[in-house]
Design a protein around this ligand. Structure first.
Ligand SMILES: [Mn+2]
Length: 350
């Protein structure tokens, strides 16, 4: 069976560990240290304390999501080596504390991006939405930085400076910088017994002239070949990869599992609205374009038994909280996913 887990934003999260523990079939927590600046080494004592807090609630600390990769590494500047060395030490410290899986991404400047955070769905719930049209109209250099969904806090000057630097970075240069990073970090991860899991870019296409490379099947295959080890794996995010209708998600899962390269799964459903536009919806297949039954079937039949979590949920029942990360809809998603898994396992045994 897969290990059902739930993202938790630490003590400041409105969603409490006690609530998460009450979700049927819930086993693990996905979280991070939120008070260590990007690029600095995570102290082993802080990691241990986080792990103890999670375990005191009766759950396992399944995955660290994320240890962010510093922009200097992605840009491949002369400072990159210092940050790569720090990253390696963080991985060693995580291993020492008994953490076995780390999610990260290699998206320049912006993490996941949406153009609307509270789009009202027909049933009155709200969900996140992305429309390229809105992005294209957005004057990033001059406007206030009001585009929702950014986990980052840059001043306008910092942001313009960063975006300027990336105008000189081609897709191939970004690949080279990822290669350098993995060639340095994966041997350390193997020694520390910490499995790395790169999250695909969300959305899986360039934005504001900044390259994005982890977008499709070829890209995932290419990443796993840079260092050929199960410790160099993928976070298979159905919502991110599903935004590109050319991605055949079940086929990708089967192929990656044959090589033991999926280390973590994000299950999210989206409804495609057209070219480069999508709406996040409830997890069941009928609401969107991700066939969740086929996803879970490919995972079960491929022998996947690692951590999985319901990704972004809607806001329902009047809940307010971190966009995409309320308690209720994600809890419903988790139980739905476990239901699919149980049915598929029992059916396959017949
Ligand atoms: Mn995801």
């Amino acid at each position: 069976m897969m290990e059902m887990s739930f993202r938790w934003y630490g003590e400041l999260d409105k969603v409490k560990l006690e609530n998460i523990k009450q979700i049927p079939c819930m086993e693990g927590i996905v979280t991070a240290l939120y008070d260590v600046p990007v690029g600095e080494v995570w102290p082993v004592e802080k990691i241990q304390k986080l792990k103890e807090t999670v375990e005191a609630s009766g759950l396992r600390l399944s995955v660290i999501e994320s240890v962010p990769v510093h922009e200097e590494i992605k840009l491949g500047t002369e400072n990159a080596q210092k940050y790569i060395d720090n990253y390696k030490q963080t991985i060693r410290n995580l291993g020492q504390a008994g953490i076995d899986t780390v999610c990260y991404n290699f998206m320049p400047v912006f993490d996941w991006t949406r153009t609307e955070m509270e789009f009202v769905l027909p049933d009155g719930s709200t969900g996140l939405r992305y429309e390229q049209e809105t992005i294209d109209k957005f004057d990033i250099e001059n406007n206030d930085l009001s585009l929702p969904g950014w986990d980052v806090s840059y001043t306008r000057d910092e942001l313009n400076d960063l975006i300027g630097k990336y105008q000189k970075i081609s897709h191939e240069m970004l690949w080279e910088n990822l290669q350098k990073f993995l060639e340095e970090v994966i041997p350390v991860a193997i020694e520390a017994e910490v499995k790395l899991a790169i999250h695909p870019d969300d959305p899986p296409w360039d934005m504001f002239g900044i390259p994005r490379i982890i977008t499709n099947e070829q890209a995932l295959e290419r990443v796993t070949k840079i260092v050929d080890s199960p410790y160099n794996g993928i976070t298979f995010c159905t919502g991110s990869l599903g935004a590109n209708s050319e991605n055949d998600l079940p086929a990708m899962i089967r192929s990656l599992l044959k090589k033991n390269r999926i280390n973590f799964v994000h299950a999210r459903n989206i409804a495609l609205l057209g070219e480069k536009a999508f709406q996040e919806v409830a997890h069941p297949s009928k609401y969107g374009n991700v066939d969740m039954y086929e996803i879970i079937k490919a995972l079960v039949e491929g022998g996947y038994e690692g951590p999985i979590r319901p990704d972004h949920g809607r806001m329902i029942w009047g809940e307010a909280g971190n966009y995409g990360y309320g308690l209720y809809d994600r809890a419903l998603g988790a139980v739905y996913l476990k239901g699919l898994e149980e049915a598929i396992i029992k059916d396959d045994k017949k």
